[in-house]
Design a protein around this ligand. Sequence first.
Ligand SMILES: [Cu+2]
Length: 446
Amino acid sequence: MNRSSTWGHLTRRNFLKLGTSLTLAAVGTHLIPRWADPSQTLIEAANPQVNIHLAATDGFIYLPGTVPTFHPDPLAPAPFTNWGFGFRNVTGLTAQQVQDQRNKFQTSAPMLAVDELDDVRITLTNLGLAVRPDLTDGHTIHFHGFRNAIPLFDGVPELSIAVPTGRDFTYFYHPRDPGTYMYHCHFEDVEHVSMGMTGIIFVRPAQNKTGASGGPVARLGGNASSPVLGYVYNDGVAPSSPYSTAYDREYGMFLSEVWAEERYRGAHIQEHDWSEYNPDIWLLNGRSYPDTLAPNGGGTDTMTGDLIPPPGRPELQYQPLSSLVECNSNDRVLLRFVNLGYQQHAMRLDGIPMKIVGKDATLLRGRDGTFNYQMTDTIYVGPGESVDALFVAPVVSTQTTFLLYNRNYNYLHNPGIPGLGGQMTEIRVSPSGIAPQRINRTMQVR
Ligand SMILES: [Cu+2]
């Protein structure tokens, strides 16, 4: 029998054609007009558009201390000490300025903040690796924890695409779940994450724009005179409630580690063995103590597109994120912890209790509505996890310093240097009105 010529009086080919036509007729009225439907345009216009442009490349950073053979790396031009990979915020730069950022990565990556229901487009440009042009690695953006990702925009190259050297790709997200997330490159991800292609992304709740239970619209929701800077989640309660997630100040705390041997061997075209992972330097927002206390970088130079170093600290040019927390008595302070290293960390704040209100971009509230917040002096955060913790600054009569530090003392030093280093920063509480009203002092992009 000729398989292609007879299915009764219908050829197989014609049967398939008919099936396709019927299927299109059935669903086409839903599919095709979707693109032309004016209501879609209205919905699109109602969602604020956020366009972010990131570049991925390599470069050099400064880390203190000495690890024999491996750190500082003699390949690093003064005042820098270690090679790495990372992202840069190049939003609004000219094409030439973007190209000029090759070999000028930033760590940790730019902190990104978007609003619930924003239409978020992040264009990633791969500028290549200046130190290892023999490596043709792609790069991607993986929005870790994002609940409604589709493979195309999930940044896992085995399942979708990666961005080759010299090319761009635009990722699209429509975030519906507020909270603290992270993003990282997923290409050769053990290496690219370890090399520094990691950062924090927040999704701010719709409650910022609406208030809740008679509470005010937040300043981050557009009410410039609001006493509330923002809400961590859509908590549905008044700011006076003990269950409110309202806050006056906001700080990201990004935890990672550096294994100096890996950085060195990569730069010098040598092999390393991941099973020997043995980090030497522990970082908060890309710096180790006491550099964690140095001010933020000065933003982007509009002429060159280069990062402006913190005042008097040229070696921190590519580590622009301070971890110093400054606040006034009775301020409600939000700490957004993210860990994208490879070790579990326990961050202790002596003298001020913290209230954990969210974990992994989820408000700690049961299905029956019961709030399950936790009071603690120690934040446990594993690799790939986030924790949202609020504290109320104690009433002080003179400026008082509290320490936020890794409870594992092995992570509280810089290699070869006596004394404290590593994952530690200070919380400086001033009497009311003294600390400058620095909000979002670690924020680099809206
Ligand atoms: Cu990468």
